[in-house]
Structures are given as structure tokens and as C-alpha cells.
Design a protein around this ligand. Structure first.
Ligand code: HEC
Length: 208
């Protein structure tokens, strides 16, 4: 790079001298032009030089792979997912969850539901379907109630587990349900209201 710049300077120098000798122009003019060209070249050389020097000083080795590597412990998470999937754990969970509840408390919690539901025998549909005997019933089974497509197509039964899942966060458990209820966060509230629903039935399910 530096060599070719120097060569260029020599070529330009001889070109100007040659033209001024042959055309017989004022030799001073050609010297002026030479000075300008030389200073431009000098500046260019300086820039190249500075670039080279700073490269030497601030030399950075490029890493083999771009970005940061994040180590993920594989075994742990996979095992956890397996555990939650296995049926036995779910059954143990629901039994110990229901043990937290009591029917009296469930009746109180149901006040939150009673804006939209009736649970008594022979109760009508309101905003939501009648809930008498709902535990153990097919999901979306009330004939004269217009369910959302999501709930109508869900195709399962209201087991204790299903009911618990739905009441934690209805919209997350059955995506597209039109039950506009945030959910019951407290385990005791869910357990109690499930027991209360189970009691309001012709044949309550035996507790797990
Ligand atoms: C804001 C009104 C509203 C409240 C409050 C509400 N629900 Fe619902 N619920 C609905 C509607 C609407 C549906 C029908 C959902 C659908 O079709 O997707 C429904 C459906 C249900 C179903 C399904 C019934 C079936 O026949 O399959 C259950 C069970 C249920 N609700 C329980 C509860 C419980 C328990 C509570 C209180 C903790 C509650 N809901 C609070 C409006 C409500």
C-alpha cells in the first residue's frame, strides 16, 4: 500500500514536469501543483500508517463463535417435566390438595361464582351454565346452554383434576373458553369450592 502510493507520487511528479517542460509553461506553477499533490499523498499515507499502527496496538483476536455461550443443565429440566406428566404424582397432588379444603369455606368462595352460576338442584343457566352435579359430568353437557366452541369441543369429563386445572386459570386451561373469570389462586379456595361443587350433586364422587 505504502509502496504503491510512493510510486504514484513519482509518476505524478514526472508527469507534471514532463508536461511543463514540453508545453513550456511556468515552471513555478508545476512546482505549486506538485506541492499540493505531495501534501495530499502525505495525508493519505499518514492515514494508512495510523490505521496500521492502531491495528498493532489494539489487536483483538476474533472469537471462534460469535456471541456468548449459555450453559443449560439439560438433565434437570427434562426430569422435572417428566415428573409432572406422570399420573401418580397428579393423583397424589389432587388428594393432598382436596385435603386442604372444607365445604363450608367452599360455599363462601362460591359467592364469586354466583354472579354467573347457580349450583342448587334445578337451578337455571345464567351467564354461565347450571352447575348442579357438574363434578363427574361431561364437559359442556348442558343441552340448552350455548357453550363456546373451545369448551364444547374439549371432550373430557369434569374430574377433580380437570376442575382444579380449569379453576386455576380458565383461559389457560381451555383456550378460548368464554368464562370471564381470572381464576382462584389459593389452593385452599380451589379445594373448598371443588368439594362444595361435588356435594351439590345427586351422586357425589368419592374423594381420592
Ligand atoms: C363472569 C361470569 C363467570 C364467573 C364469575 C364464573 N363463571 Fe364459570 N362459566 C362462565 C361461562 C360464561 C361459562 C361457559 C364457558 C364456555 O362456554 O366456554 C362457564 C363455565 C363453567 C364451567 C363449565 C361447566 C360445564 O357445563 O361444562 C364450570 C365448571 C364453571 N364455569 C365453574 C365456575 C366456578 C367454580 C366459578 C367460581 C370460582 C365460576 N365458574 C365463575 C361464567 C362465569
Amino acid at each position: 500500500m505504502r509502496l504503491s502510493a510512493a510510486l504514484l507520487e513519482i509518476i505524478i511528479h514526472y508527469f507534471f514536469c514532463f508536461t511543463c517542460y514540453t508545453t513550456n509553461t511556468n515552471i513555478m506553477d508545476s512546482f505549486e501543483i506538485n506541492k499540493i499533490v505531495a501534501s495530499i499523498l502525505l495525508i493519505a499515507l499518514l492515514f494508512i500508517g495510523i490505521g496500521k499502527i492502531s491495528n498493532l496496538i489494539f489487536h483483538v483476536d476474533k472469537p471462534e463463535t460469535a456471541g456468548y455461550k449459555v450453559e443449560i443443565p439439560e438433565s434437570g429440566t427434562a426430569k422435572q417435566i417428566d415428573d409432572t406428566k406422570s399420573e401418580t404424582t397428579e393423583k397424589i397432588d389432587i388428594a393432598s390438595l382436596l385435603a386442604l379444603g372444607d365445604v363450608g369455606h367452599g360455599e363462601k368462595v362460591f359467592k364469586k361464582c354466583s354472579a354467573c352460576h347457580v349450583v342448587n338442584k334445578g337451578g337455571e343457566n345464567k351467564i354461565g351454565p347450571a352447575l348442579y352435579g357438574v363434578i363427574g359430568r361431561k364437559i359442556g353437557a348442558i343441552e340448552n346452554y350455548k357453550y363456546s366452541k373451545a369448551l364444547a369441543a374439549y371432550g373430557k369429563e369434569w374430574t377433580f383434576e380437570e376442575m382444579n386445572g380449569y379453576l386455576i386459570k380458565p383461559q389457560a386451561h381451555i383456550k378460548g373458553t368464554k368464562m370471564a373469570f381470572a381464576g382462584l389462586r389459593k389452593e385452599k379456595d380451589r379445594a373448598s369450592v371443588i368439594l362444595y361443587l361435588n356435594q351439590n350433586s345427586d351422586n357425589p364422587l368419592p374423594l381420592p
